[in-house]
Design a protein around this ligand. Structure first.
Ligand SMILES: [Zn+2]
Length: 254
């Protein structure tokens, strides 16, 4: 209850100017799929998201108000029919002026220390920030050219990490079956990985074959931006995502 009260206070005192909001939507063609009513709810979510998270530049990158809204809109599209609580437990989004070298290292069972293979366009850390390269966020606006959406990708990882390490299966609501999810995703992942192995030219980003967690993040991008493609190639995965995100974007394009 306190949370809802606090949210109402934030919404009563903070607004995104119309010009800024319209500029952000103009930069994100896939968002035009939503109705006026949905866009109004999305705008409220964006206000609350920007109130709750800090979006900061790294390496002298200056994050403009438009960049903040463009990032927040895409982050909030995923939770439009869920809840912002999916993004609880961490504080910030860090924006680099280009691809970046991750600073983390990890030690394997043999005690060998590995560094990440950089550079990276984006990263989501468990309990930590989302890191984005601004030029890659910008490139995502043109799906036909880039075939990717970096912000949706990284925030899908955040949703996946709601119950611990990213494994390709977020915590499911009580009306969904983990078994059905696994059946749909395992079959699609195996099929996709085989197609990538055979060097088939896939319309879906071949990076999805890296790991089931990457598959979930990549198919979430396709679900929101080019839903008919996902529905045609992996209808059972599309159906699971539609139930999970409580949205059916392909139906609007039909
Ligand atoms: Zn990823």
């Amino acid at each position: 209850m306190f949370r809802k009260w606090r949210e109402r206070r934030v919404l009563a005192s903070t607004a995104i100017p119309d010009a800024l909001w319209n500029d952000a939507l103009a930069a994100l063609p896939f968002v035009t799929r939503y109705s006026r009513d949905e866009l109004a709810r999305l705008r409220d979510l964006v206000v609350l998201f920007l109130h709750g998270k800090s979006i900061v530049g790294a390496q002298a990158h200056e994050v403009t108000p438009l960049q903040r809204v463009i990032i927040a809109v895409q982050a909030c599209v995923l939770v439009l029919e869920l809840d912002l609580e999916w993004y609880d437990g961490w504080e910030s989004v860090i924006v680099y002026p280009g691809e970046f070298l991750p600073e983390w290292e990890w030690e394997d069972e043999a005690g060998v220390v590995h560094k990440a293979e950089g550079p990276m366009a984006g990263e989501s850390m468990l309990g930590g920030p989302v890191v984005l390269s601004w030029p890659d966020v910008e490139a995502s606006a043109d799906w036909q050219g880039s075939g990717m959406n970096l912000v949706i990708h990284e925030f899908a990882h955040k949703i996946d990490m709601r119950d611990g390490d990213a494994n390709g299966c977020p915590p499911l609501p009580p009306d969904m079956s983990a078994r059905e999810w696994k059946l749909a995703f395992d079959a699609a992942y195996d099929d996709f990985a085989a197609r990538v192995d055979e060097e088939e030219d896939t319309a879906i980003d071949p990076y999805a074959a890296e790991h089931p967690a990457e598959f979930f993040a990549v198919v979430s991008e396709v679900f929101f931006v080019e839903p008919a493609l996902l529905q045609a190639q992996y209808p059972k995965v599309y159906a699971q995502l539609a139930r999970f995100y409580r949205q059916d974007p392909a139906a609007r394009d039909a």
